[in-house]
Design a protein around this ligand. Structure first.
Ligand code: SF4
Ligand code: SF4
Length: 187
């Protein structure tokens, strides 16, 4: 296959799965690399956004779902607005994160998925973030108690980390959002 030839998804392939789950016709990507040239986090990634798309086209499931890139992506949408083929790459990254969690494949970045899950648990249980509880839950899961203690102490002294959670009256509505999402998932 030549570099610029559009790829036709095979039935039950990884490519077909991503096209269906994301709603994006990523097989039309012709590797112009505009997405990667604008990505602010490209230096920290093990695969650039255009390479992620190419690996999907070639059905390299483990390589993509086990990459650091899908967790490092900050969903800033720069790539999506730069793509001349209107491929929403940020949306594809989101689809890949969901798929990676369900796949059981070891994530290329171990702490970021833990942070995502602790962050969501915190929102679900309180309706908003209490930084100290978030840090303690995150630390108890990663077992890396000393990392970032310096910056944590600095934030505490600046009043950015409160000992007690603030009051919030919208907890019920937030729980309803989570419940309706869970119902939608199980349909
Ligand atoms: S900008 Fe679009 S067409 Fe170009 S490499 Fe990225 S995804 Fe492919
Ligand atoms: S959405 Fe993700 S992949 Fe796209 S430019 Fe932003 S950080 Fe990079």
């Amino acid at each position: 296959m030549s570099q610029n030839e559009p790829v036709i998804p095979k039935e039950n392939s990884f490519l077909a799965e991503i096209v269906q789950a994301s709603g994006e016709t990523l097989q039309v990507c012709y590797q112009c690399q505009k997405c990667s040239a604008g990505c602010p986090l490209g230096d920290a990634m093990d695969l650039l956004p255009n390479q992620v798309l190419r690996h999907i086209q070639y059905d390299h499931r483990e390589k993509v779902l086990g990459s650091k890139t899908i967790w490092i992506c900050a969903s800033c949408y720069t790539c999506s607005v730069r793509c001349p083929n209107d491929i929403d790459i940020a949306r594809i990254m989101d689809t890949l994160r969901h798929m990676a969690i369900r796949s059981g494949i070891t994530p290329g970045e171990k702490d970021i998925p833990v942070f995502h899950s602790v962050f969501l648990d915190e929102i679900k249980s309180r309706g908003r973030i209490h930084e100290l509880s978030l840090i303690l839950k995150f630390k108890s899961k990663t077992r890396d108690f000393l990392k970032d203690t310096g910056i944590g102490w600095k934030m505490f002294r600046l009043g950015k980390i409160r000992l007690l959670p603030s009051t919030f009256s919208g907890g019920k509505e937030i729980k309803e959002i989570f419940n309706s999402f869970e119902k939608g998932k199980n349909r």
